[in-house]
Design a protein around this ligand. Sequence first.
Ligand code: FES
Length: 198
Amino acid sequence: MSATDEVISSSGEEEGTRRDFIHLLAGMTAVGAGAAVVVPLVDQMNPAASVMAMATKEVAIDAIEPGQVIKVVWQGKPVFVRRRTPEEIEQAAAMPLSSLKDPIARNENIDDKEPATAENRVMPGKEEWVVVVGICTHLGCVPLGPNETGAGGEWKGWFCPCHGSHYDNLGRIMKGPAPQNLLIMPYEFLSDTMIKIG
Ligand code: FES
């Protein structure tokens, strides 16, 4: 689903809810319903639930083949969901920490001062999945993945053509002006085929 679809859908539901609410209030006035009934309805209009829905995003990942990356939109930002091949997992794991430009994990799911090891850039037991915010840490462009122009750069991860930043398949900055690894925002596996971002 595109970002536009998502916005239209959300606001459409909101409009529907508001209309229903107005109709319900009108109906209650007609039958003389008291304030005690209105209170729970007002409570239902509390924006907390809709804000929470916008704050998180569930993504089905079962159709992503090894070697593929999809891009979804979360809170207006691109997020890359990548399923790595065994070769890609091996290649990134073999990278010595001393060769990393940014030695910090930048993973909001753990202590972000942890080192940027392969283990600290994925969820435990889910090595094939890499989920990162798709915003270059240089000036904010959206890097290109392995299935796009530039084929993911020298490390076959992501390449930002704006000023030439190369990331590996874990989203770690390897070369170029970007100062930090791609951010890993909070996310969790709801099942083997579904993740929740945010
Ligand atoms: S914004 Fe990515 S290299 Fe400049």
